[in-house]
Design a protein around this ligand. Structure first.
Ligand code: ATP
Ligand code: MG
Length: 436
């Protein structure tokens, strides 16, 4: 492999003054985490305010670059050739070899940008630029100098070693995870919440997640989909602890006792309460949801206010002003989209009313919840099933088919009306065949 090292450029974190050390440490840790599943052995080091990744022996270049493009805090990844410093003549030879290896087609414009951290090098940077430029022009006559918009910005840095690089692969920006506290993501199987988690993680926040499922109304496959989504988000955010909460009894109880047009809001309020409870226990500083104004009945300003009213913690809604198309574009970019659109039921869609309130009145909602008070406290003492998600783990337990799941649900709850949340004709037929 031509490039045995990478120079990592970081943006925002460079300006953090005294805290710079903390940010660099977090960035190095996240780089190490991201490279773990990549074939090869890597070391991450810091030297004079720069971060380097060095590969020890053979490694998978494409995979390593892909992993690095997912580390928040990185703005540029520069594949690097590092050579020993042995005077100017040797430097010129190394630079010519670099150009020959990296650019077989010499029909290119270039500019040399040299920096000299070792001041006892015999030439200053301007002399190096000029002299190297001349040697390059003599050796490769097809190449031309362009100081304004060169095809090749050839960086030559003379330090204890010499760094040569000319490519900068863009990183995702943001802040390294682990520099901004922790927050609890309410993670469903939909398109929005994984994107919301990604966006908050991008600001340096460590993510923990809670998923509410309602077996047997929601299947193992719906749960697996959420586990898969957490795993995809963890490629960026680092490990995610996923709390899986059995919400069935609470949901059935609410279904039984409350006006059906208020079901979604009341369920959402209990989800928030339970998530906040876990968030407090694990030291989170806020909740995260994938809501955006007006997307559905439970996301009107009035509904959001009613949901918000049960929480003491700040609720972060990074998608609040986004259109669905904007959210889909991000989910495609981060690779959650294909998983999110798998047609497995969500515990909200199963218990949803035909005509939910769109402008809930908090007083009325609270009055409805009074019917729940005695028993709900007992039901709320739920213990989550916990799964630690790591980018390096990929386990897929055997799944039930949708058909098996609905048959089981019908046997267990013969009187319960089952509703299929379908997105096309074929799914409708499948649901009908399953007895719904
Ligand atoms: P998403 O695409 O994230 O599912 P949505 O557009 O379907 O969102 P809702 O179903 O109203 O919207 O949910 C709003 C938010 O509530 C979600 O973004 C998510 O943060 C949270 N949420 C909804 N259902 C669940 C669930 N079963 N478990 C955990 N969180 C949930
Ligand atoms: Mg949803």
């Amino acid at each position: 492999m031509l490039f045995q090292s990478f120079l990592i450029k970081y943006g925002e974190i460079g300006i953090k003054g005294k805290n710079r050390y903390v940010f660099e440490e977090a960035l190095m840790k996240q780089i190490g985490h991201a490279l773990q599943p990549v074939e090869g052995s890597f070391s991450v080091s810091r030297e004079q305010g720069r971060i380097y990744v060095d590969a020890d022996g053979d490694y998978d270049y494409d995979e390593a670059v892909l992993a690095l493009t997912r580390v928040f805090g990185i703005v540029g990844i520069c594949p690097l050739v590092r050579v020993e410093e042995n005077g100017f003549d040797q430097l010129a030879k190394d630079v010519l070899k670099y150009l020959d290896d990296v650019y077989p087609d010499k029909n290119k414009t270039f500019k040399v940008v040299s920096r000299r951290a070792r001041k006892n090098f015999p030439k200053n940077s301007q002399e190096i630029n000029a002299d190297l430029g001349e040697i390059i022009l003599d050796t490769y006559p097809e190449m031309k100098v362009d100081v304004h918009h060169p095809d090749i910005m050839l960086n030559v840095e003379i330090r204890s070693q010499v760094n040569i690089y000319s490519m900068i692969i863009p990183g995702p920006g943001g802040m390294p995870v682990g520099t901004a506290g922790k927050a609890m993501l309410l993670l469903s199987g939909g398109i929005d919440s994984p994107v919301a988690g990604y966006m908050i993680a991008k600001r340096g926040v460590t993510i923990e997640a809670t998923y509410f499922h309602a077996p047997p109304y929601t299947s193992e496959r719906a749960k697996q989909k959420v586990i898969d989504l957490a795993r995809i988000v963890s490629r960026y955010s680092g490990p995610i602890k996923l709390n899986i909460v059995n919400f069935t009894d609470i949901q059935l109880y609410i279904y039984d006792k409350c006006p059906h047009d208020q079901l979604t809001i009341i369920m959402r309020r209990y989800m928030m309460k339970i998530a906040e409870h876990f968030a407090n226990e694990s030291g989170c500083l806020g909740l995260i949801t994938g809501e955006s104004i007006g997307q559905v009945a439970s996301q009107t300003m009035q509904s959001l206010a009613a949901t918000n009213a049960v929480c003491n913690m700040p609720v972060y809604r990074p998608l609040i002003g986004f259109d669905k198309n904007d959210i889909i574009a991000i989910s495609e970019k981060i690779d959650t989209y294909e998983t999110s659109i798998q047609p497995f039921e969500d515990c909200c869609t199963i218990f949803v009313a035909k005509h939910p309130v769109t402008k809930p009145n908090l007083k009325i909602i609270e009055r409805s919840e009074q019917h729940l008070n005695e028993k709900i406290d007992e039901l709320m003492e739920v213990k989550p099933e916990i799964i630690a998600m790591d980018a390096t783990i990929s386990k897929r337990p055997g799944n039930k088919t949708l058909d098996e799941f609905f048959k089981e649900a019908k046997e267990k709850y013969p009187d319960q009306i089952l509703m299929a949340d379908i997105s096309d004709y074929q799914e409708g037929i499948q649901a009908w065949k399953s007895g719904i």
